[in-house]
Design a protein around this ligand. Structure first.
Ligand code: ZN
Ligand code: ZN
Length: 198
């Protein structure tokens, strides 16, 4: 398992855009998945609120009986629409609107502001001629849809998240059906995946 796979640099919540440290462990999360790994001092400590939230989430794993991961078959993935299957992509600021998302023009009477056609108002485009692993498929070239969610011990888990853990050595899991949560551990790494509600 790679902690780099458990957060999203484009996450809306700024405090989840990179891993952080809580109680001597490195934590990464995107709000749906969370992983705790050995201390990596390159990251900053979490703020008090954030640390409290993480402790409370992880306390749900205390004293739980983990067992071997049941055999599951992941569904067939589809080609990643961002990198077109190549596994490489990077975001670059849109040249037309210089990353603003809006373009301005002046017709002699008025100033206009309108959504940039080139990027659809996002302010960025995707570039496929890069060495960077595609952030969407994490370099795999394929992704799963949100409906691709095998049931593991009674919890429905999106295959995009399952594939992050499925090959980990000595993988053990614990399912909390009420909280719709699948906890996992492999060696010194552990964490959880929030399941789907329907
Ligand atoms: Zn991709
Ligand atoms: Zn643009």
């Amino acid at each position: 398992m790679n902690i780099e796979d458990f957060y999203d640099a484009d996450e809306r919540r700024p405090d989840l855009r990179k891993p952080f440290i809580v109680d001597g462990r490195t934590i990464a999360s995107n709000g749906h998945i969370l992983m705790s790994a050995a201390l990596n001092k390159q990251y900053d400590g979490a703020g008090d609120e954030q640390a409290k939230r993480i402790r409370s989430i992880l306390s749900g794993l205390d004293g739980k009986q983990f067992g071997p991961m049941p055999k599951i078959t992941l569904p067939d993935p589809t080609e990643c629409f961002i990198c077109a299957g190549a596994g490489k992509s990077s975001k670059k600021d849109c040249e037309e609107c210089v990353g603003e998302g809006d373009v301005y023009f002046y017709n002699g009477f008025n100033n206009y502001e309108c959504e940039c056609d080139s990027c659809g108002g996002d302010g960025f485009n995707y570039c496929q001629s890069t060495d960077e692993d595609c952030f969407k498929c994490r370099g795999e070239g394929v992704i799963y849809g949100w409906r691709d969610a095998p049931v593991v011990l009674g919890v429905k888990v999106n295959a995009n998240y399952l594939r992050l853990i499925i090959d980990a050595p000595n993988l053990e899991v614990f399912a909390d059906i009420e909280k719709k949560m699948l906890a996992f551990r492999s060696g010194d790494d552990y964490g959880l995946i929030m399941g789907l509600t329907s």
